[in-house]
Design a protein around this ligand. Structure first.
Ligand code: ADP
Ligand code: F6P
Length: 324
């Protein structure tokens, strides 16, 4: 398939959804139509490829979705696609619909799948970074992250009101199993007192001592942000109560961070990257991932893009401590 002229492309969203995925699909479809290509959407990510669940898309199919959260193509995790048998069925479905190339919108796991389709099955693929985690190499931002950070920030601002009024220590759990990016951003943006992330060993003793010292000089409320992969908010809160004897509550923000209307930066990023992914395929650059670095479209090998991005963790953590 690799050297064939591309006349029709496929598009799917895979893994955890994020705000801006619809805007990305819209840009892929409309760019493809602009270049005279046909487009097939696959429903529920790689599951749709395996189960032959497809929908033909045109310019009108993606009207009025740029502002909508979620993904109208639905998304799923597909353990079956990790096996050769699942991938074989997926390739057969692509052939059935005469799809010559595929745009995969998702996170690092979805990228690994797109890389397999390219390297093992010779399907021209391009990956588009759709995840709230902002943990993909080759792009400064992933689609959905900006909205998720804003959603979490809004919630923490409200928590601060009650925390300050009732003189409590709040532990707020945000999303991120392997990535502390959201936690770092919201901790800095909300003026939180501490942040606990998977990438960095956390000194709990120092936290308890800091709370006691702060209390001695009149500090009455705290916000501690914890990324879900680094600890559970209820456990951190219980321990704070046990050691410091001060009042503490916890909040798990959970999946509200994945929903909602995408912010302007997410819509714009999704639109630029959606168009760039089609350009990339048409230039014959396959097995690639598109991103934005220093506000310019950046293209890397899909295999390379499956690794984590580098966040200035020390700078963030030092700032949080300095400004507390
Ligand atoms: P995300 O793309 O958000 O990181 P997942 O890690 O759940 O989400 O991956 C989404 C899907 O991508 C998986 O359900 C699976 O179908 C596919 N996938 C993940 N890892 C691999 C892999 N190593 N090889 C092939 N496919 C994979
Ligand atoms: O990868 C995106 C993400 O939202 C992570 O931040 C989170 O850990 C995970 O997905 C949650 O997955 P699920 O929706 O399966 O609970």
């Amino acid at each position: 398939m690799a050297d064939k002229q591309i006349k029709k492309i496929g598009v799917l969203t895979s893994g955890g959804d994020g705000p801006g995925m619809n805007a990305a699909i819209r840009a892929v479809v409309r760019s493809a139509v602009h270049h005279g290509l046909g487009v097939t959407g696959f429903i529920r990510g790689y599951e749709g490829l395996i189960d032959d669940n497809a929908v033909e898309l045109n310019h009108r199919s993606v009207a009025n979705i740029i502002d909508k959260g979620g993904t109208f193509l639905k998304t799923a995790r597909s353990p079956r696609f990790k096996e050769a048998e699942g991938q074989k069925k997926a390739v057969a479905t692509l052939k059935k619909y005469n799809v010559d190339a595929l745009v995969v919108i998702g996170g690092d796991g979805s990228y690994a799948g797109a890389h397999d389709l390219y390297s093992k099955w010779k399907i021209p693929t391009v990956g588009l970074p759709g995840t709230i985690d902002n943990d993909i190499y080759g792009t400064d931002q992933t689609i959905g992250c900006h909205t998720a950070v804003n959603t979490a920030l809004e919630a923490i601002d409200k928590i601060r009101d009650t925390g300050h009024s009732m003189e409590r220590i709040f532990v707020v759990e945000v999303m991120g199993h392997h990535s502390g990016y959201i936690a770092l951003q919201v901790a800095l943006g909300a003026g939180a007192e501490d942040v606990i992330i998977p990438e960095r060993k956390f000194d709990y003793q120092k936290l308890y001592e800091g709370i006691k010292k702060g209390h001695d000089i009149g500090k009455i409320s705290w916000i501690i942000v914890v990324a879900e992969g680094a600890g559970k908010a209820h456990q951190v809160s219980e321990k704070v109560i046990e050691i410091t004897k001060f009042e503490s509550r916890y909040v798990v923000l959970g999946h509200i961070q994945r929903g909602g209307s995408p912010t302007a930066p997410d819509r714009i990023l999704a639109t630029r990257l959606g168009a760039a992914s089609v350009d990339c395929l048409l230039r014959g650059e396959h097995g690639r991932a598109v991103g934005v670095l220093q506000n310019k479209i950046n293209i890397v090998e899909l295999g390379q893009a499956c690794t984590m991005s580098i966040v200035p963790i020390d700078e963030y953590c030092n700032l949080i401590k300095t400004l507390t």
